[in-house]
Design a protein around this ligand. Structure first.
Ligand code: GDP
Length: 364
């Protein structure tokens, strides 16, 4: 049988096994634009079907990139920098040209200095060991800066194929849909959602007679907070519109809970301001540090929800990070929040085990 791909996610369609990737009832296979059952449900009912695909398969697919002569476009979520980094990136891309895209800039306040943001992103990429030939900030969702992006892609690719890569949820499919819409008038060809792992196979889109643009499967990284949240609750965690800060004036020995997924203890320092940037659905609670353990165990699925969590991560299955901040700094909790602290401080941050926490000098 010739291989037919799902137009939504790129999986090879099959009619044999409902629980495997690309399943389509035989009756749907001969439609003009066949889509697999998983994409169908996602589109029409916003419902996700669990599948047996592991990240090893994704990596194998990405490894095939190494053999190609192409331009690599690496998409990064401005709000989840750590979670956007593909661990073996340099090995996968070899010596190809790389264009780094900083996506979702609409999440930052309009007053954000974009060129400063790009400079910061370059430094963070360098620190993460990623060498990019050029870096550009865009919003795929709002269509911001896409014309400049297309021009850069065209100049840098110089007729070669283009591969869009990234970890899950950084906005690759949204970007490609927008580019397709702008260039062909077609709408929502690729399935997008806030559910990690939506794009399963490689999707190829002709750019001209000899040039092709490929959307690659997202790599799942364990440090992403989405692993700890039920699919239906992701909307409370991943920010979807401009993030506004909520600011607290704290004294030492006070604690902030960011929903039920992070806890920041202010352990040492004078009166200080903590601004929390996060999805506005996440409740923030201030307590005395001495009462924080008890407060969490009592309220983790009550006052501190949403999201609803399966276990009290912060008291049973957690990682603790201690930081001494010597200047105005942001504490980044991968995919969940960043907290800007204006003065010197010592803080302890508790998160579900495996989630990444880091510090940078303040971005605003
Ligand atoms: P992929 O897994 O990398 O293909 O990511 P998707 O394109 O499916 O997007 C993941 C989530 O991020 C979806 O909820 C999108 O609506 C959202 N998203 C993508 N691009 C942007 C953007 O530029 N701004 C904002 N605010 N959200 C975005």
């Amino acid at each position: 049988m010739t291989e037919i791909k799902c137009v939504g996610c790129g999986s090879i369609l099959q009619t044999e096994d409902k629980n495997e990737e690309g399943y389509i009832p035989a009756s749907g296979l001969h439609k003009e634009e066949p889509i697999c059952q998983r994409c169908y449900r996602l589109r029409h009912y916003n419902e996700v079907q669990e599948l047996n695909v592991d990240s090893g398969d994704f990596l194998t697919m990405l490894n095939s990139l190494y053999e190609t002569d192409s331009l690599i476009v690496k998409v990064i979520d401005v709000f989840d920098f750590e979670g956007s980094i593909i661990p073996s990136f340099n090995r996968i891309v070899g010596d190809k040209k790389v264009l780094a895209i900083i996506n979702k800039t609409d999440l930052f306040p309009k007053s954000t200095n974009v060129s400063r943001l790009v400079e910061r992103a370059k430094k963070m990429l360098k620190d993460a060991g990623i060498t990019a030939n050029d870096t550009i900030a865009i919003s795929a969702l709002k269509g911001q800066n896409l014309d400049v992006l297309m021009k850069k892609i065209s100049d840098m690719a110089d007729g070669k194929d283009v591969y869009i890569v990234g970890t899950t949820n950084v906005g690759k499919s949204t970007l490609i849909n927008k580019l397709l819409e702008d260039n062909t008038g077609l709408k929502n060809v690729i399935t997008t959602s806030n559910i990690p792992g939506t794009t399963l196979g490689m999707i190829d889109i002709p750019l001209g007679d000899t040039q092709t643009l490929y959307d690659t499967p997202g790599i799942v990284v364990d440090s992403q907070i989405s692993h700890y949240v039920k699919t239906r609750d992701l909307k409370y965690v991943s920010p979807d519109k401009e993030i506004k800060a909520k600011t607290f004036q704290l004294n030492s020995e006070q604690t902030l809970f960011i929903g039920n997924l992070a806890r920041v203890d202010y352990t040492e320092g004078g009166s200080n301001s903590f601004s929390v940037y996060r999805n506005h659905h996440l409740n923030i609670h201030r307590t005395k540090t001495e009462n924080a353990d008890e407060f969490y165990d009592k309220h983790y699925n009550g006052l501190l929800a949403p999201p609803e969590i399966d276990e009290p991560y912060l008291s049973q299955n957690y990682d603790k990070f201690e930081f001494k901040l010597n200047e105005a700094s942001d504490i980044l909790i991968s995919g969940l929040t960043f907290v800007s602290v204006t003065k010197q401080a010592k803080v302890t941050v508790t998160v579900p085990k495996g989630v990444n926490v880091s510090v940078r000098s303040t971005i605003f």
